[in-house]
Ligand binder design. Structure first.
Ligand SMILES: O=C(O)CCC(=O)C(=O)O
Ligand SMILES: [Fe+2]
Length: 262
């Protein structure tokens, strides 16, 4: 079995996946330097930076941020989940200082999601060996996160769950053994489906948390009404440009990301 098949299996059963060494230490340092150059306000009340839409968000801060849009180590895994045609829905960075509190556990699909009562529309899913989820996040870690520090947390396997998150867990996720904070060193990427019950754990690290989140949807779904703008003055590849397109039918009105050279 190839590494890719192993990754597909683990992503499917866990609902998330950590891939280490996606970024070199030099790339991590350069991205962090670009973030330092922005002289952002001290994290506290705010814990997001460089969000888009509106505008291009942190993509405007350097070509390296744009190169992560279709990182070669990530694209084959996204293809498993999202098929050939997908788009960038939104981005933001997260930064945290020691003592910052956790966020609420949440999910964008299923019984716990705010849309749980919405009519899903008529569709005829093919279930055999197919992954139906269409909303995936790639978090590039520019600083270590994990059980010791905090950061992304989740309930592994919960994307396949059928029942609402119990109040006992929602109230005190830190006390529940079902909630884990995966170890994800600087340079690693955490992929997770938005169907997974997940959140932000309290930050106990001495260092600042720095993560870049890129959120992708299948081409015919949009979770945001407006689009991430292409950065100005930064040359994007043809493939990267596709990620900024308006939502549309896969293949018919939205091209495959895998037919063209990256
Ligand atoms: O990485 C985190 O702290 C969680 C972010 C989150 O909730 C999300 O991307 O939907
Ligand atoms: Fe979330």
């Amino acid at each position: 079995m190839s590494d890719l098949q192993l990754e597909q299996y683990l992503f499917d059963v866990q609902g998330y996946l950590v891939i280490e060494n996606v970024l070199s230490p030099e790339e991590v340092a350069t991205l962090n330097q670009h973030i330092d150059d922005q002289q952002l306000p001290t994290p506290g009340k705010v814990q997001r930076f460089g969000s888009a839409p509106a505008g291009p968000g942190f993509l405007q801060w350097g070509k390296l941020f744009c190169d992560l849009l279709d990182h070669p180590k990530i694209m084959p895994i996204l293809q498993f989940r999202l098929g050939d045609c997908f788009r960038l829905d939104r981005i933001y960075g997260m930064y945290m200082r020691e003592g910052m509190r956790r966020g609420a556990l949440h999910a964008d699909y299923g019984a716990t999601s705010p849309t749980a009562k919405a009519n899903p529309g008529e569709y005829y899913p093919f279930r055999d060996n197919q992954i139906l989820n269409g909303f995936v996040v790639v978090t590039f870690n520019l600083a270590d996160t994990g059980p010791e520090h905090g950061g992304f947390c989740c309930i592994p396997g919960s994307h396949k769950g059928n029942f609402k998150l119990p109040r006992q867990i929602a109230k005190a996720p830190e006390d529940s053994p079902a909630v884990i904070i995966p170890n994800a060193p600087a340079g690693s990427a955490i992929l997770f489906t938005e169907a997974l019950t997940h959140g932000t754990a309290a930050w106990n690290g001495k260092h600042e948390r720095r993560s870049l989140l890129y959120k992708y949807c299948v081409s015919h779904i949009a979770w945001k009404g407006d689009r991430v703008a292409q950065p100005e003055g930064i040359e994007l590849t043809e493939r990267q440009k596709i990620l900024f397109r308006e939502p549309a039918d896969p293949y018919r009105h939205f091209p495959s990301l895998f037919d063209i050279a990256s």
